[in-house]
Ligand binder design. Structure first.
Ligand SMILES: [Zn+2]
Length: 266
């Protein structure tokens, strides 16, 4: 049995058929926050059991981003909530325990150390596309850019961010989300073009701190973590981000530009 839905984009009354995207509480929430009835939510992305981001239309993905934004807004507004993590596990190695396409949103009463150190890093260095001269750029659309960071932990790791620093994803304008959707669709499609049906994580880092710069990270997980990575937190990556970006650009050209030439829209 699916628990009663919190939100849905649908035809017809709640909890029946006709939905396109729906949000339900996780039956086994990982946290307990007195101020928040559902601190751990699941966004069921599509009724189609086998679909993934490359299969979604850009419009469907835009609607999904709109749901992400609005749920984050709502959860962040609660006083006990210090941080909200949105994450998507695709494939068993990336941690998926149910296989229907879904994203989880989890509110926390603290800011995790990883996020604090990212904030420090961004404060000092900024995101690296600002100074890479384009060699690590994967694609650009509207106000957003996809790039392979010079500190990539995984081969073909991609980050998607607003070009100009903005801390809080939940403030993104509705009119911009189609561009962001298109960029995410292109990025994941390119990844699959190169690597096939690999497991991957899609995560969002966003923070209400004016020094932060929100971003999605797309993390291919076809190589497991080895002892060295677990021991040190230092990752060995066999693929240079410049090479990865160049491969990904070529894949996007093949998947999108050439398809468009043959009259297929994206
Ligand atoms: Zn991050």
């Amino acid at each position: 049995m699916t628990p009663p839905e919190i939100f849905a984009i649908r035809e017809g009354p709640p909890d029946g058929p006709g939905w396109r995207i729906r949000v339900i509480p996780n039956k086994y929430p990982a946290v307990d926050l007195p101020d928040l009835k559902t601190p751990h939510e699941i966004v069921i992305e599509t009724p189609d059991h086998n679909a993934d981001i490359p299969d979604y239309t850009a419009e469907h993905l835009r609607d999904l981003l709109l749901v992400f934004r609005d749920r984050l807004r709502e959860m962040c507004s609660k006083k006990d909530v210090k941080y909200v993590q949105l994450f998507r596990n695709k494939g068993a190695r990336a941690g998926a325990s149910i296989f229907h396409p879904h994203t989880q949103i989890l509110a926390l009463p603290f800011v995790p150390r990883r996020i604090k150190s990212e904030l420090e890093f961004i404060r000092e260095e900024g995101l690296d596309f600002e100074r890479d001269g384009g060699t690590r750029t994967v694609a650009e659309c509207g106000n957003f850019i996809a790039f392979a960071p010079y500190f990539s932990r995984f081969p073909y790791e991609i980050w998607v961010a607003p070009r100009v620093k903005r801390p809080d994803f939940s403030k993104t304008g509705e009119g911009e989300l189609l561009h962001l959707a298109l960029l995410l669709k292109k990025s994941v499609t390119a990844l699959k073009h190169i690597l096939g049906e690999i497991p991957y994580n899609l995560i969002l880092h966003t923070l209400k701190d004016r020094d932060f710069h929100w971003h999605f990270e797309i993390l291919p997980r076809y190589e497991g973590l080895a002892g060295f990575e677990v021991a040190t937190g230092v990752y060995m990556n066999s693929k240079s981000p410049e090479r990865a970006a160049s491969d990904l650009r070529a894949a996007i050209k093949e998947e999108f530009d050439e398809r468009r030439d043959s009259q297929t829209s994206v």
